[in-house]
Design a binder for this molecule. Structure first.
Ligand code: ADP
Ligand code: ASP
Ligand code: MG
Length: 251
């Protein structure tokens, strides 16, 4: 199985979701069993944070409950989009299933707003995948006992990498709004150079110096657990992207 994570801009509206769904369905038809992790729709988390901020600046349980809903909405919309596009464009009865953190058993620890995923219901998810179902899971959140907590802004990348490790995925694909990892932000520097391949240590350095394309925690976890990682564009999926390699591989 493979994990395919789509960020906020990639699921920013229903048209963009259709685009992302086609990428997932092509992988499915090619025989790779995808599990999808989604972010909230573009700007949705900002909107939810502002709403909470008008009432309290505190890090209370309600804050995490409210700001995590963007991802939950995305799972439902994305699963419905997958089913619709499969039928209309691929003439296939493919079943996608949106799951909440509770249903997928995404459990974790740590303070609210800075949680870490520790485990997942792998038996259930593997069973769904073996039945040919495409699970669609929310990024950015986990259950700490009975309380929903979030992982920190940009945390859906970490969700994808950790879930990939826990389910023994062949590869984790981070789909985003640029072609891959560049030496500098390609939206700021028109002469930015894209890496086709990049060692994990170099990715960690870039993310720690603020390259938002992958969350630093996700990069660190990918290194610690040897998770094969590729960063690709949702809008130009035919472009090569950046393949992340183990340290010491590139001469
Ligand atoms: P997503 O919504 O998919 O999680 P993000 O906005 O978090 O996407 O990250 C993608 C953005 O990261 C790009 O639009 C780009 O502007 C920015 N970025 C910053 N530094 C880099 C870099 N070195 N390489 C690629 N993108 C970068
Ligand atoms: N939706 C969350 C955020 O905007 C998490 C993510 O997209 O990675 O921070
Ligand atoms: Mg991001």
């Amino acid at each position: 199985m493979i994990v395919m994570k789509f960020g906020g801009t990639s699921v920013g509206n229903l048209e963009k979701m259709k685009h992302a769904a086609r990428i997932v369905l092509k992988e499915y038809i090619n025989g790779n069993s995808p599990l999808v992790v989604v972010s909230a729709m573009e700007k949705e988390t900002d909107r939810l944070v502002s709403l909470v901020d008008t009432l309290t600046k505190e890090n209370c349980p309600e804050r995490d409950l409210i700001i995590s809903t963007g991802e939950t909405v995305s799972t439902g919309l994305f699963a419905l989009t997958l089913n619709k596009i499969a039928k209309e464009e691929f003439s296939k009865q493919i079943q996608a299933l949106a799951l909440t953190s509770l249903q997928a058993g995404i459990e974790g620890s740590g303070p609210a707003g800075e949680g870490n995923i520790d485990s997942i219901n792998d038996t259930k998810l593997h069973a769904l995948i073996n039945e040919g179902i495409i699970p669609v899971l929310p990024g950015f959140q986990c259950l700490k006992s009975t309380q929903l907590i979030t992982l920190g802004r940009g945390g859906s990348d970490t969700s994808a990498v950790v879930i990939g490790a826990l389910l023994n995925a062949k590869r984790v694909y981070i789909y985003t709004d640029v072609d891959g990892v560049y030496n500098v932000d390609p939206r700021v520097h028109s002469d930015a150079i894209k890496y086709d391949r990049l060692e994990i240590e170099e990715l960690i350095k870039l993310t720690e110096s603020g390259a938002k394309v992958v969350h630093p925690k996700a990069a660190m976890f990918a290194k610690d657990r040897n998770v094969p990682l590729t960063i690709k564009s949702t809008f130009f999926p035919e472009n090569a992207g950046t393949e992340i390699l183990a340290s010491g591989v590139i001469q």
